[in-house]
Design a protein around this ligand. Structure first.
Ligand code: DGL
Length: 265
């Protein structure tokens, strides 16, 4: 029996597309719903209490409306703060996105790694715990950048940042004590892989960037193994909690990710 239930990806904005893309490549037959909480964007400058209250309530509404087989919280900020609350509230498998500190530590030769996320993510105990478990012998430098989040949103709408702008935003990390020794940076915000080309150009190819997208895709494939899919591929759907001129400009980029239907919640 064909099962039309989608996989639902959730982020504050367009960043979660960097998680959706490798999952869609691995599971081309999966129906996809991508939700951007544009009414709540940005999350990275919000308090823990706001995120912990907002995300489970919104995902509850979304689960009722779209009946997903699995939810991916494609946002490090929401995952490091609210993953446990969401799992407690919903009876659906929930996959979170947390900073890829383990592969970064495995890849580092200098033993100095950077964690580049939002201000809210980099101050989480969850990150302390990942660093202690997987990078105990590394210096782990952290930086939260709301500027890079904005640049990624604008880039998807066609307005790419300059290498100088990226370099200036990275200075908060690379300018720290031992920052010049960083050889691996964890993209601990799902928006940042959308700036991959600019990040490589701004660091002259000297720094390797890692993110959780490919690992999450494998996890989704594992959790949905043996499940049925629709007989014909269904068009992907992008959902915004608030629409604006900015969200309208995103339509061509969303179509490139297979999201051809756009609606507001
Ligand atoms: N994409 C989000 C993350 O992974 C957060 C961006 C924001 O809303 O500040 O943390």
């Amino acid at each position: 029996m064909a099962d039309r239930r989608p996989i639902l990806f959730f982020d504050s904005g367009v960043g979660g597309l960097s998680v959706l893309a490798p999952a869609a490549a691995l599971l081309p037959q999966a129906p996809l719903v991508y939700v951007a909480d544009s009414a709540g964007f940005p999350y990275g400058t919000r308090s823990e209490a706001e995120i912990a209250a907002r995300v489970p309530a919104l995902l509850g509404r979304l689960a009722e409306r779209y009946d997903p087989r699995l939810i991916v919280i494609a946002c490090n900020t929401a995952s490091t703060i609210a993953l446990q609350h969401v799992r407690a509230a919903l009876d659906i498998p929930i996959v979170g996105t947390v900073p890829a500190i383990k592969p970064a530590a495995e890849a580092s030769r200098t033993r100095v790694i950077g964690v580049l996320g939002t201000a809210a993510t980099v101050r989480q105990p969850y990150v302390d715990d990942l660093a202690a478990r997987f990078a105990a012998d590394c210096v782990v430098l952290r930086h939260g950048s709301a500027e890079l989040v904005e640049m990624a949103e604008a880039a998807l709408g066609g307005d790419r940042p300059s290498v100088e702008e990226i370099r200036a935003a990275l200075a908060g990390l690379t300018g720290q004590d031992r920052g010049e020794d960083i050889d691996v940076i964890v993209n601990a915000c799902t928006h940042f892989p959308l700036l991959a080309d600019e990040l490589v150009a701004a660091t002259g190819g000297r720094i390797h960037f890692v993110d959780g997208g490919p690992g999450i895709a494998r996890r989704i494939a594992h959790l949905t193994q043996g499940q049925q899919w629709p007989d014909q591929p269904l068009p992907g759907r992008a959902v915004f909690t608030a629409t604006s001129a900015r969200t309208e400009r995103l339509a061509p980029a969303l179509a490139r990710f297979g999201l051809r239907e756009i609606e507001s919640l």
